[in-house]
Design a protein around this ligand. Sequence first.
Ligand code: F6R
Length: 608
Amino acid sequence: MCGIVGIVGTQPVAGRLVDALKRLEYRGYDSAGVATLENGLMDRRRAEGKLFNLEKILSEQPLPGTLGIAHTRWATHGVPNETNAHPHFVEGVAVVHNGIIENFSELRDELTAEGAVFTTQTDTEVVAHLLAGFRREGMDHKAAMLAMLNRVRGAYALVVMFADDADHLYAGRFGPPLAIGHGRGEMFLGSDAIALSPFTNKITYLVDGDCAIINHRSAEIMDYTGRPVKRASQISQASAFLVDKGNHRHFMEKEIYEQPEVISHALSHYVDLGAHTIKQTGHDIDFAKLRGLAISACGTAYLAGLIGKYWFERYARLPVEIDVASEFRYREMPLSTDQAAFFISQSGETADTLASLRYCKEAGLKIGAIVNVRESTIAREADAMFPILAGPEIGVASTKAFTCQLAVLASLAIEAGKARGHIDAAQEKTMVRHLAELPRIMSAVANLIQPQIENLSRELSKFKDVLYLGRGTSFPLALEGALKLKEISYIHAEGYAAGELKHGPIALIDENMPVIVIAPHDRFFEKTVSNMQEVAARGGRIIFITDENGAAASKLETMATIILPNVDEILSPMVFSLPIQLLAYHTAVFMGTDVDQPRNLAKSVTVE
Ligand code: F6R
C-alpha cells in the first residue's frame, strides 16, 4: 500500500504535495513525509500518525522548493515511527516507495558489507543506498536508476529525487500503480489519478517494468534496459473535489446511508427499470457457452463473490470456483478456456486480486472485472469491465461497494440464467422487478432499524467475542458481519455456516458470547431456527436478524430481534447488509475507535 506523489513544479510544492497525500490517505495512514529540493539542498519533514501531524510540523517549519516528493505510509517493514517514515535520504538521494522489496535483506547484507550504514528498519532504504552507491561509482542519474531497478526484486512503485538534479524526478513501477500527470509547465507523479486530479486530468499510466524520467514539460519512459517505450496518455474522469462527510459523523455512516442512491445508479446501468429486463452492456462474455466461472477477490469483495456463487449456480446452473485471491493465485488450479474468470475489487488495485487476474489471463480465460475505480489496473487489464458505480468509498470498511457489487452480481446472474436457458422472460421480469424495488426498501430499512441498532450496539460493545451465523446466502453475510465488526470495533468476531455450529464452535457458547443469527424467512429458516435452539439450550444470548414472517414464526427468547420487511430472496443479502453494517458502525462509535481509519488497515492493499 502507501501513497506516493512527486511534483516537478514552477511554484512551491510542499503544500500541494500534502494536498495530494490527503487524497491518498486511503492507501495508508500510519506516518507521512515530504521532501523538497531548494538550491541544491534537500530537506524533509516527517511525522508519525495521521497527515494532520505532518501538516502541523510543516506549518511550524515550512519547506521551500519547487521540486519534491511525498509519501503516506502503511508499514510493511519496520514499525510506524518517524525514523521509518519516507522519504528516505542517503547521500543526496531521496526515495519514496509503495510496495515490498523482496530481496531487501540480501541487498542490505551486501551493502552493509560494502560499508553502508542503515538507519531505518525499512526495505526501502536499500533503494536509496543502491542509488547512492551507483552515483559514487560515476553513473549518471538515469544509469543509476536503471541499475537499481535491475537489482531490486518485488512489488514496487518508486519515485526518486536527486539533490544534484533540480529538473527531474525518476520513477519505476513493478506491481503497485503509478501514474504521470501532465500539467502546464509542471509535471506530476502519483499513485493514482485522484491524487493528481487538482493539478491535471491528463494521465499516463506506467506499466510493470517501466522506468520514467519527468521534467517540467515531458516524460521519458523506457524499459529497464533503457529502451524507449510508448505509453498512451488519457483524460482521467477522477474528480478534483475531496468528498466530504456531509452531515454525517463518519464517512462510513454517510456511505451506509448512500446505499439506496448508489444501488439505483448501479442497477440502472444493468437493468431496464421500465421494461424490467436485463440490459445488454456490450461485453463479450458468452455465458451460454461457459462450462464454469472462476471468481476471486479479497476481504469483503470476496464475500460478495461468495454470494454471487450461490446466485450463478442457482439461477444460471453455472458452476463457480471461488477462492480468496491470495490462495487462488498460488493454487495452480487447472483452468480451461471454456471458463471465464471474474475479479471483484472496489479499488481495482488489490495486489493478490490482480495477480489472480493475470494468472487466468495467461491461461486464456475471458476476464471480467467488477470494480468501483474504473481507471484502475484491474479494470484496465480485464476484457470486460463491470462498474459498480458506488462513487468514491472513503471509509476503510467497505459498505456501499459491497452492496453495489451484489447488485451487479445479481444482474449478471440473471443475465447468465437467461443466456443459459434457465430463466425465461417472465422470470426475468419478476426478478428485475424485485431488484428495482431495492433502493426504496433499503432506504426504508435504514431509517426503520437505526434507533434499535444504536441501543443494541451499546450492549454489544460490552462483549469481547461475537459469533455470526447464517445459511445459504446468509452464510457469506455472516462472514461479512463478523469481518465488519472486528475491523472497526476490534471485538473478536467469527462467522460460521449455521450448520457448522455443532461441529466445533458450539463449545464456545455461553452468556459472554452473543450469537447474531441472520435468518430471513427463506427455505433454510427452520433449519437455522433449530441451530438457534441449540444456542439457547446452552445459555447463549441470541441477536436475531430476521424478517416479519421470520419473527412471527419463531418463539425463541432473544437478546434482541431486528425485524426487516419481507423481501424476495434475491434481495435479502443487500437488505440484510444494513443491520450488520449499522451494528458494526454504532458499536465502534460506542467503543470510541477510529471508525473511518481503523488501526493497521488501509483502503487499498497493493502488497501481497
Ligand atoms: C473490509 C474491506 C476489505 C476489502 C479488501 C479488498 O471492509 O474493505 O476486506 O474488501 O481489502 O479490497 P478491494 O475491494 O479494493 O480489492
